[in-house]
Design a protein around this ligand. Structure first.
Ligand SMILES: NC(=O)c1ccc[n+]([C@@H]2O[C@H](COP(=O)([O-])OP(=O)(O)OC[C@H]3O[C@@H](n4cnc5c(N)ncnc54)[C@H](OP(=O)(O)O)[C@@H]3O)[C@@H](O)[C@H]2O)c1
Length: 342
C-alpha cells in the first residue's frame, strides 16, 4: 500500500455512505481520527486533515486533549475561506477532557475548542471519559491523578447538564458519551433530558463489544468505533504483551486476499457494514481508508466469519484513570454488569 496520500485521486463525498442519528441528522459513515498518539505533531495531523478533506472526508473526530485543535482550526479556517467546502458540509466532533467536568468547566472547555477550531458550533460534543481523572500528555502507564475518583453518577449528571445547556445554547448540535458501559448508560438514559446521540467506543474485529454495541443500537445511540484498525501506532502506555493484532488475523488476511485489498480495508468495510462509524487515524493512508469505505462490500459469510474472531482484546485499557492502588484496569469497564463500587 502506498504511503503519502495526496488529494488528486479522491472520492466524491456524495458516494460516501452516511448513518442516520435518532435526531434524523446524517453523519458520514467514516471519519478521520486526529489523535497523534503523542508521536505525530499537531501540524502533521492538521496537514492530514487538509488532505483528507480535499480527498473527500467530511467527518473529523477531534478532542481538546489531543492538543492540536488550534492547528486543525487553522486548516478549517483556510478551507472555509477558499469556499470549496462549507462549514455545513462537515461533521466535526470534539470532546471535553477529564479535568473539565466541574461546574462551568464544560462550557469553558467547549468555548475553547470552538475558538481553537475556529468554529461557531460543533456537530457533536462528547464527554471523553466518564471519570474526572486525567493524565498528563505522554505520561506512562503508572501515572495517576492525585484526586482520582470512581464513577459517581451524580457528578456525571452535573457534567451532562452542562452538555445539555450547550445544545440549548446552539453551540453544539448533538451530545454524546465515550468509554461508557451498559450500567452507566442505563443511568444516563434514565436521567438525561437530552439523550446521548452517539457513544464513542473501542471497536475492531478483535474487540467487538457485542453487548454494548447492541445496547447502543437498541437505545438509538449510534456507536462510533475508535481504534478501527487495532491502533498499530498507539502510545507505549497502551501496549501489553497479550494484545493481538487485527490486521494479522488469518480470517482478515484471507478476506483481504480474496478482495485484493489491504487488511485495513477489510476492517473498515466490516465496521461500516456492521453499523458503527469507524474513525481511523492516518497521516499516510487516509485516502486508502476512504476508498475502503466505498469499496466492494463484504459478503454475508465474510461478515459472519469476522464475527467469530472477536478476542475481547481491549487495547485502550485506561489504567491511568484508576482511582486506587493495586487496582485492575477491568474495574473501569464494569465487567460484572454493575458499576464497580469505590
Ligand atoms: N474516545 C476515545 O477515548 C478515543 C480513544 C482512542 C482513539 N480515539 C479516536 O479514534 C481515532 C483512531 O484510533 P487510533 O488512532 O488509536 O487507531 P487506528 O485508527 O486503528 O490506527 C491508526 C494507525 O494505523 C495506521 N494506519 C491507518 N490507516 C492505515 C492503512 N490503511 N494501512 C496501514 N496502516 C494504517 C496509522 O498510520 P499512518 O498515520 O501512517 O497512516 C496509525 O498509526 C483516534 O485518532 C481518535 O480520534 C478516541
Amino acid at each position: 500500500m502506498k504511503k503519502g496520500n495526496t488529494a488528486q485521486d479522491g472520492v466524491n463525498p456524495i458516494q460516501v455512505p452516511c448513518k442516520k442519528l435518532s435526531s434524523g441528522a446524517s453523519i458520514p459513515a467514516i471519519g478521520l481520527g486526529t489523535f497523534g498518539s503523542d508521536s505525530v505533531s499537531g501540524s502533521q495531523v492538521a496537514q492530514a486533515v487538509r488532505g483528507a478533506i480535499a480527498a473527500g472526508y467530511r467527518h473529523i473526530d477531534c478532542a481538546s486533549v489531543y492538543g492540536n485543535e488550534n492547528c486543525i482550526g487553522e486548516i478549517f479556517s483556510q478551507i472555509f475561506q477558499s469556499g470549496v467546502v462549507k462549514r455545513q458540509d462537515l461533521w466535526i466532533t470534539s470532546k471535553v477532557w477529564n479535568d473539565m467536568h466541574g461546574r462551568g468547566d464544560v462550557l469553558i472547555s467547549c468555548a475553547r475548542s470552538l475558538k481553537d477550531l475556529q468554529l461557531d458550533y460543533l456537530d457533536l460534543y462528547l464527554v471523553h471519559w466518564p471519570f474526572p481523572n486525567f493524565h498528563a500528555p505522554k505520561c506512562d502507564v503508572t501515572s495517576r491523578s492525585a484526586d482520582a475518583r470512581p464513577y459517581i453518577h451524580d457528578d456525571y449528571m452535573k457534567t451532562w447538564r452542562q452538555m445539555e445547556r450547550l445544545v440549548k445554547a446552539g453551540l453544539v448540535r448533538h451530545i454524546g458519551t465515550s468509554n461508557m458501559t451498559i450500567p452507566k448508560l442505563k443511568l444516563l438514559l434514565r436521567d438525561a433530558e437530552i439523550k446521548p446521540a452517539c457513544n464513542e467506543m473501542e471497536l475492531h474485529p478483535h474487540f467487538q463489544q457485542p453487548e454494548l454495541f447492541q445496547f447502543c443500537v437498541d437505545n438509538g445511540i449510534l456507536p462510533i468505533g475508535y481504534c478501527p484498525l487495532g491502533s498499530p501506532g498507539r502510545p507505549e502506555r497502551d501496549r501489553t504483551p497479550e494484545d493481538t493484532v487485527d490486521m494479522e488475523d488469518p480470517v482478515i488476511l484471507d478476506i483481504a486476499r480474496k478482495h485484493g485489498v489491504h487488511p485495513s480495508a477489510v476492517c473498515i468495510q466490516w465496521a461500516i457494514q456492521r453499523g458503527q462509524v469507524p474513525i481511523p487515524f492516518s497521516v499516510n493512508h487516509y485516502l486508502d481508508n476512504l476508498k475502503a469505505a466505498v469499496g466492494e462490500p463484504l459478503s454475508e459469510s465474510e461478515m459472519q466469519a469476522i464475527s467469530t474472531i472477536d478476542k475481547n482484546c481491549r487495547l485502550i485499557k485506561g489504567q491511568v484513570f484508576l482511582w486506587k492502588q493495586n487496582q485492575s484496569w477491568e474495574d473501569l469497564w464494569d465487567i460484572h454488569g454493575e458499576i464497580t463500587p469505590a
